[in-house]
Design a protein around this ligand. Structure first.
Ligand code: 9MR
Length: 396
């Protein structure tokens, strides 16, 4: 898999993009060369290029980015200049940091923590309980049969105490529970029932337990529930119900993470506001934890025998994306009292997790066979340079 980029003229000239498919879809995706002629240079005259995103939003909220043990080396200059909060994209997830009962992989997580501390960047812990990238061993009993609730709870407690304990005082936030609410349209199905957590407990007991263990392990860290598609009305109400229950049960929850994997078409301003208002009404703080705005409204599909043409980052999608970023940051600024941080999911358009999902967003079906289509969802382009969307956001 490879991408070829030819940039003619420091960030303002012609960008010729050739998107190339994964091994599987290689023959199906024919790159189309697209000339994107910028009418506005990336650095506008009023822009102060000595500042980074974190400086522009100094009085509002922290500006964060998801990093890996690789990107803190390859993109360190950009990260240090622009951001004052980082999240490990994968390296602290249960299955990765704790792959077997008596084995922990600390190296990558430790490297990220050391990097952040060296540069006075705050760190969000991500995450302590999820149905994906989990540790399968947690759910298997000594006899090879499904583990009992008691055993799973004990393992969860050990895991949380060990990981949160190791980084005690170093994380300002932990995403304690990730995506436990059902994503479907049926309002009567509240929890994600396909999750091994649900299969084991058949009740939200594990959610409450995870928050209590995390609070025991580091009472000073803020504890968050993190979710995607939180602005969609049916899911929004399910999340609201869960949050009300957690508050009523005196569970130590401080905030809600809106992942914000969005597209140029959705959600709309009213949906974002409504979701924010509900969370705030419960006295909870907010972070936008995984922001990206793909230029595609749905994942690419492969029609047999028809090559997939990638139109690239055209002036049309660029304009739509700028308008969307402007709209969402207008809202973020209005709610600045409640929003503690806005974190982008990946550093630049050079590589986004969405590219290998046909450019679609979270919750969209993942194309099978896999389709590679660039999503161009971030504020930095394929050369790590600031996009016009960046200036639209900071020059508000
Ligand atoms: O960006 C992450 C990607 O590298 C992983 O392959 C993927 C596994 O599902 O998880 C991605 O991060 C997810 C985050 O941890 C939770 N919210 C959804 C994100 C995108 O799936």
């Amino acid at each position: 898999m490879s991408n070829y980029f030819i940039n003619n003229g420091a960030n303002k000239g012609m960008l010729i993009v050739a998107a190339v498919a994964t091994a599987l879809s290689f023959s199906q995706c024919t790159p189309k060369q697209t000339a994107t002629v910028s009418s506005v240079p990336n650095t506008t005259p009023q822009a102060d290029i000595s500042k980074g995103l974190k400086d522009y939003f100094n009085d509002d909220f922290l500006m964060g980015v998801a990093v890996s043990s690789r990107s803190i080396r390859t993109d360190s200059a950009l990260i240090i200049k622009e951001f004052n909060s980082v999240t490990a994209e994968n390296d602290m997830k249960v299955g990765i940091i704790h792959p077997a009962e008596n084995r922990y992989n600390w190296k990558n997580a430790d490297d990220i923590v050391a990097f952040a501390e060296r540069h006075h960047i705050k760190i969000r812990g991500h995450n302590l309980l999820w149905h994906k990238q989990g540790a399968d061993w947690m759910f298997v009993g000594p006899d090879g049969k499904p583990a009992s609730k008691e055993l799973v709870l004990q393992r969860l407690r050990d895991h949380i105490h060990t990981v949160v304990g190791r980084y005690k005082g170093k994380m300002y936030v932990w995403d304690v529970v990730n995506e436990a609410i059902d994503d479907g349209p049926d309002s009567t199905v509240m929890y994600r029932e396909s999750s091994p957590w649900w299969t084991t407990f058949k009740s939200p007991e594990f959610i409450e337990a995870a928050f209590r263990y995390a609070h025991e392990a580091d009472p000073s860290a803020k504890l968050y529930y993190n979710e995607f598609n939180s602005e969609r009305p049916v899911k929004r109400e399910k999340i609201f119900k869960l949050l009300k229950k957690l508050k009523a049960d005196h569970v130590p929850i401080d905030g809600v993470g809106f992942q914000a994997h969005w597209t140029v078409d959705r959600p709309n301003a009213e949906q974002i506001r409504k979701a924010l208002d509900e969370v705030i009404s419960l006295g909870l703080e907010v972070q936008f934890t995984e922001l990206d705005i793909t230029v595609h409204t749905k994942p690419a599909e492969i029609t047999p025998g028809k090559p997939l043409v990638d139109p690239g980052y055209t002036p049309e999608v660029e304009a739509k994306q700028i308008a969307k970023y402007k709209m969402v940051f207008d809202i973020f600024r209005q709610y600045r009292k409640h929003i503690k941080a806005v974190t982008f999911w990946n550093v630049s358009d050079r590589g986004s997790w969405l590219d290998s999902r046909g450019g679609g967003s979270a919750g969209d079906p993942i194309p099978s066979p896999p389709v590679f289509l660039k999503a161009y969802p971030l504020l930095f382009d394929v050369n790590n340079q600031r996009k016009k969307a960046y200036w639209a956001v900071v020059n508000n």
